[in-house]
Design a protein around this ligand. Structure first.
Ligand code: ATP
Ligand code: SF4
Ligand code: MG
Length: 333
């Protein structure tokens, strides 16, 4: 499968100088054309920071301190999103890669009808379209995400949270981008709604053919709907695998713990049922493998050397990557 977005050695800090903390560390991750890639990890692991960083929407004091994000437009030469000018970025953001933020449904403008807000997005990016064509496009998209004709002229407060979220998905898709990034709220949407939204995205993907980076605490959702899953811990990707492989046979002890503790995963920082202890503090990141204070398998090497993400020597499978020093999981080379 060909890549659509290649994140390479990506780093994000909050703050500058000795006051800074590293929230995303050496992340290398590829999104392939047409796939749904899930990103999971406890609260504070750096998922949103990564999503904001790669679209260059990081609010201050966030600073991208290294790395590249190579975007492959269909049929054209790839380019680095980090090198785009501000005006190029604005185009890139809706038309090539769109992002639905954590809590995005609350960012709809309360004084405008949802159809008007959808029209504005189309107008800003495709001013050559006639008013009629724009309206037809807005209505078609709202219908596609399940907003019935009689609700299209509603104001945001007249819609349920789930409907507002669907409007946001429609806005993210209306310019037919290649990539959609969805950062699911922790608490604002319940699991049933998250499930519906993800199911709908997967269905739309089949029709419109885009790729999805879906961020959630709910690993069970990812196992069900995504093609591949990446697990984040302490700002790093610690495991990457096809969903079925991760579910059947996870290689990182943290992934194992996550899989064992589905129900306790949501909500603010708290202990996971399957994993004692709490996520690391960025100001005092443990040495070596950041997971070592909580890992049931930790040994000497774990507290001194940072494991690198790679294909384990014992498995000759390029689709499986893990960052762990356990025998059989150490990467080749
Ligand atoms: P959640 O699942 O709760 O959304 P997340 O995985 O998205 O968590 P991030 O929001 O990316 O995590 O945060 C990663 C780390 O960066 C956290 O330790 C957080 O405290 C820190 N962080 C986030 N925003 C800032 C900020 N503006 N200033 C300083 N540190 C920040
Ligand atoms: Fe556990 Fe060591 Fe593997 Fe880290 S490197 S996950 S501490 S066994
Ligand atoms: Mg987040």
């Amino acid at each position: 499968k060909s890549p659509v977005l290649e994140i390479k050695d990506f780093n994000v800090d909050y703050g500058l100088g000795d006051q800074s903390v590293q929230a995303v560390r050496d992340v290398t991750l590829t999104l392939h054309r047409g796939e749904v890639l899930g990103l999971a990890g406890e609260s504070g692991s750096g998922k949103s920071t990564l999503a904001y960083g790669i679209t260059r929407l990081l609010p201050p004091p966030g600073v991208i301190s290294g790395g590249s994000v190579i975007y492959h437009p269909p049929g054209e030469d790839p380019y680095d999103v980090m090198a785009l000018s501000n005006s190029e970025l604005r185009k890139f953001r809706w038309a090539e890669t769109s992002i639905v933020f954590q809590g995005a449904m609350n960012s709809l403008n309360p004084v405008h009808k949802v159809s008007t807000q959808m029209l504005d997005v189309i107008k800003a990016h495709e001013p050559q379209l006639s008013a009629e064509a724009r309206l037809a496009r807005a209505h078609e998209m709202l219908k596609l995400v399940g907003i019935s004709a009689d609700r299209m002229d509603a104001y945001p407060h007249q819609l349920s949270g789930g409907m507002r979220q669907r409007v946001m998905i429609g806005m993210a898709l209306v310019l037919e981008p290649q990539v959609v990034i969805m950062d699911e709220p922790t608490t604002a949407l319940d699991v049933v709604m998250q499930r519906q939204i993800l199911a709908q995205l997967v269905e739309l993907r089949e029709r419109l053919d885009f790729s999805v980076l879906f961020i959630t605490h709910d690993l069970s959702l990812l196992v069900e709907f995504s093609d591949r899953i990446a697990i984040m811990y302490g700002g790093r990707i610690v495991e990457e695998a096809k969903s079925a492989d991760l579910y059947k046979d996870s290689l990182h002890p943290y992934s194992e713990g996550l899989l064992k503790s589905f129900p306790a995963l949501r909500g603010p920082r708290k202990e996971l049922a399957g994993i004692p202890g709490s996520p690391p503090d960025l100001r005092g990141m443990p040495s070596g493998c950041a997971f070592h204070p909580r890992c049931p398998h930790a040994f000497d090497r774990c507290s001194t050397e940072i494991p690198v993400l790679g294909v384990p020597e014992a498995r000759n499978d390029p689709n499986r990557q893990v960052a762990c020093w356990l025998p059989g999981r150490v990467p080749v080379g």
